[in-house]
Design a protein around this ligand. Structure first.
Ligand SMILES: [Fe+2]
Ligand SMILES: [Fe+2]
Length: 139
């Protein structure tokens, strides 16, 4: 029997993924300036990775008997320059890393090995994204 608290956590994570898909794709579109010309495409690529996360979480939620949410959390705006976009999105990624780590523990406690493995794969991508945005900011 599926763990309702774990399904709820997966849906919270999916809602965040839906938000950052829109947030990063918007930054890809609105960013201006010389740095933006070189790097705006990276925001689009990262947004597409987030789509894959949202889809994988949705499939797992459905498998566990839950209803995959269609409602994003807050979409942060700004991002008219590379520095603005990368700072906002770096904060979102750092938050994601913490939330995925917590969810991995929860999946472990629920004895759900498959969900834990899925969350670990996504966490690895989020850590890459932290690195991507930090590099854009010269950190
Ligand atoms: Fe993600
Ligand atoms: Fe990410």
């Amino acid at each position: 029997m599926a763990d309702q608290a774990l399904i709820d956590t997966l849906n919270d994570l999916r809602a965040r993924e839906l938000a950052v898909i829109v947030q990063y794709m918007r930054h890809h579109m609105v960013m201006t300036g010389a740095d933006a010309a070189a790097l705006a495409g990276d925001f689009k690529s990262i947004s597409i990775v987030e789509m894959k996360h949202a889809e994988a979480l949705g499939e797992r939620i459905d498998f566990l008997g839950g209803d995959p949410t269609t409602k994003p959390t807050e979409i942060k705006k700004g991002g008219d320059t590379l520095e603005s976009a990368a700072s906002i999105d770096l904060a979102s990624e750092k938050e994601a890393v913490e939330l995925y780590k917590k969810a991995i523990k929860q999946a472990d406690e629920a004895g759900d090995v498959t969900t834990r493995r899925l969350l670990e794969d996504i966490l690895a991508d989020e850590e890459d994204h932290v690195n991507d945005f930090q590099m854009m900011l010269g950190k």
